[in-house]
Design a binder for this molecule. Structure first.
Ligand SMILES: Nc1ncnc2c1ncn2[C@@H]1O[C@H](COP(=O)(O)OP(=O)(O)OP(=O)(O)O)[C@@H](O)[C@H]1O
Length: 265
């Protein structure tokens, strides 16, 4: 299947990295998301915003089939990566999650050394032919995650001995180590202080040169700072999606206006 084109801000056409078409999610009888149509532009940051319980995390988890792990959860409609259906029965979910990596709300390093945390994915996927190559992947990933300087002399120390912000950057390095194309971030800064948050935001801005990023955030300031594209969800519907600047200055829907001006949420 060939992906449909997406209009860029300057009216040129770009091919979306991921697309949702009439996507819905049920938890048992509860229809948590309905009729979602969303194009995710490549190598940009897309923010998912909206009041608590509107379905942001549910939608994010559809994008690498993390919902498969939730009993009673059913996804309907179509979701594609580079035009190919990610819910096709022939899709290898482990490979899909290598292409579409995830960073969670609470930093969750494995109870292993800093080195082994980052080397874990490349080992499982057989990405390095020898120790030198693995070392190189670990070093490059830590460098890209902006953590190398801080940890290069203690690669054998436990990952969970780092500060919260460092742990989150370690988790980003771990995600990067398997060369993903898309990185999903579910409120990656909610457990961090303002300084650690600023570092992660800077990092997100750098990462978009090479990766397509989709971030769920409760902070509208954060969405405005880090994203180029913003989708506003409300009560299981995707109300509006547009350039971030437009969403925050001149949204089309009054529900979006109400949310960004703090009238509800
Ligand atoms: N594992 C689950 N089992 C059953 N229902 C769930 C589950 N996860 C989410 N839901 C329901 O789906 C709806 C959307 O939840 P979701 O967590 O996706 O919203 P959200 O916008 O990310 O919320 P928040 O901002 O509070 O994290 C809610 O009604 C929630 O109760």
């Amino acid at each position: 299947m060939v992906a449909e084109m997406l209009h860029n801000g300057d009216s040129s056409l770009i091919i979306p990295k991921m697309q949702a078409r009439d996507c819905g999610v049920f938890y048992g009888e509860n229809n948590a998301l309905r009729g979602i149509n969303l194009d995710i532009p490549p190598r940009q940051v897309t923010a998912l915003i909206g009041p608590s319980g509107c379905g942001k995390s549910t939608f994010l988890r559809c994008l690498n089939r993390m919902n498969d792990t939730i009993e009673g959860c059913r996804v309907v409609g179509s979701l594609t990566l580079d035009g190919a259906d990610i819910y096709d029965k022939n899709v290898d979910v482990v490979q899909l999650r290598a292409r579409v990596g995830m960073v969670f709300q609470k930093p969750n390093p494995f109870p292993k050394s800093i080195y082994d945390n980052v080397a874990y994915g490349p080992r499982i996927h057989g990405l390095a032919k020898d120790k030198d190559e693995l070392d190189q992947i670990v070093i490059n990933s830590l460098e890209k995650a902006g953590l190398l300087k801080e940890v290069k002399d203690r690669m054998d120390s436990p990952g969970n001995g780092l500060s919260g912000g460092q742990q989150q950057r370690l988790c980003i390095a771990r995600a990067i180590a398997v060369s993903p194309e898309v990185i999903l971030m579910d409120e990656p800064c909610s457990a961090l202080d303002p300084i650690a948050t600023a570092k992660i935001e800077e990092l997100i801005d750098e990462l978009r040169d090479n990766y397509t990023i989709i971030i769920v955030t409760h902070s509208m300031q954060q969405a405005a700072r880090v994203s180029q594209y913003t989708a506003f969800f409300h009560l299981g519907d995707l109300v509006e999606v547009d350039d971030t600047e437009k969403i925050f200055t001149n949204p089309s829907d009054e529900r979006t206006q109400g949310y960004i001006t703090g009238r509800f949420g």
